[in-house]
Design a protein around this ligand. Structure first.
Ligand SMILES: Nc1ncnc2c1ncn2[C@@H]1O[C@H](COP(=O)(O)OP(=O)(O)OP(=O)(O)O)[C@@H](O)[C@H]1O
Ligand SMILES: [Mg+2]
Length: 214
């Protein structure tokens, strides 16, 4: 279980997060909705360890991880501006995290091809990233996030650059892949329909506090 306890964060001497507490059960997806500038991305960065709160703590399975650096948290991130490596092909993008973990490159590439096939990209392992459409790139980004079997998946508006019909298609696909992996996830989104399609619970971030939506 992922847990935030009474997180406080200021920006420009004003409280941006003003006592945020949240629990995400194992295998559950929780959506975080809120106006632009309300602090959603900041909250996700605090969960990821990319930003530090002034007060409060982050817990995972009963362990306080507030002081752990991002790479030791075991979380996978997919942010607004997903960053695939444009000069690498699909399989090397997806294999990247495994190679980092010390898996042999040939084995990592095998696993990457299996993962790509599950994302409807079988036979495209050698394509370069820059030849892909936006939706294909997002699929590759999720495949890359899931292949290392992270303890939690943090998604910050993963479909914001895509057109409406592709967003609908991908939200269903992503939900299936996330469920299949039994993944614990936080989804930041502006889109209530997207939240309903992907998350079991939703919270709104308003005035630095979380309000339960459903
Ligand atoms: N490191 C930073 N640099 C610049 N601005 C920051 C930083 N951290 C927080 N802010 C400010 O804090 C506020 C919240 O930003 P944040 O990115 O968390 O909002 P958001 O809810 O994700 O918005 P959006 O929906 O537009 O992505 C903004 O006003 C932003 O300018
Ligand atoms: Mg944001």
């Amino acid at each position: 279980m992922l847990e935030l306890r009474d997180i406080h964060k200021q920006w420009d001497h004003r409280p941006l997060l003003d006592g945020v507490s949240l629990r995400v059960e194992a295998g559950e997806t929780v959506a975080l909705l809120g106006a632009s500038g309300s602090g959603k991305s900041t909250l996700l960065k605090i969960v990821a360890g990319l930003d530090a709160p002034e007060a409060g703590s982050v817990w995972f399975d009963g362990v306080d991880i507030t002081a752990l650096p991002p790479e030791q948290r075991g979380f996978a991130l997919m942010f607004q501006d997903f960053a695939l490596f444009p000069h690498l092909n699909l399989q090397d993008n997806v294999a990247f995290g495994l190679v980092e973990q010390g898996v042999r490159r040939s084995e990592a590439r095998n696993q990457a091809r299996i993962m790509l096939a599950r994302f409807g990209l079988a036979g495209q392992a050698l394509r370069k990233v820059w030849t892909l459409s936006g939706g294909e790139q997002q699929r590759v980004a999720l495949a890359r996030a899931l292949i290392t079997q992270p303890r939690a998946l943090l998604l910050d508006e993963p479909f914001s650059a895509l057109d409406a019909s592709l967003r609908e298609q991908l939200r269903t696909e992503f939900r299936e892949r996330i469920t299949e992996a039994g993944m614990t996830a936080i989804l930041v989104t502006h889109d209530e329909q997207e939240a309903r399609a992907m998350a079991q619970h939703a919270w709104g971030l308003q005035g630095g506090k979380l309000v339960s939506l459903w």
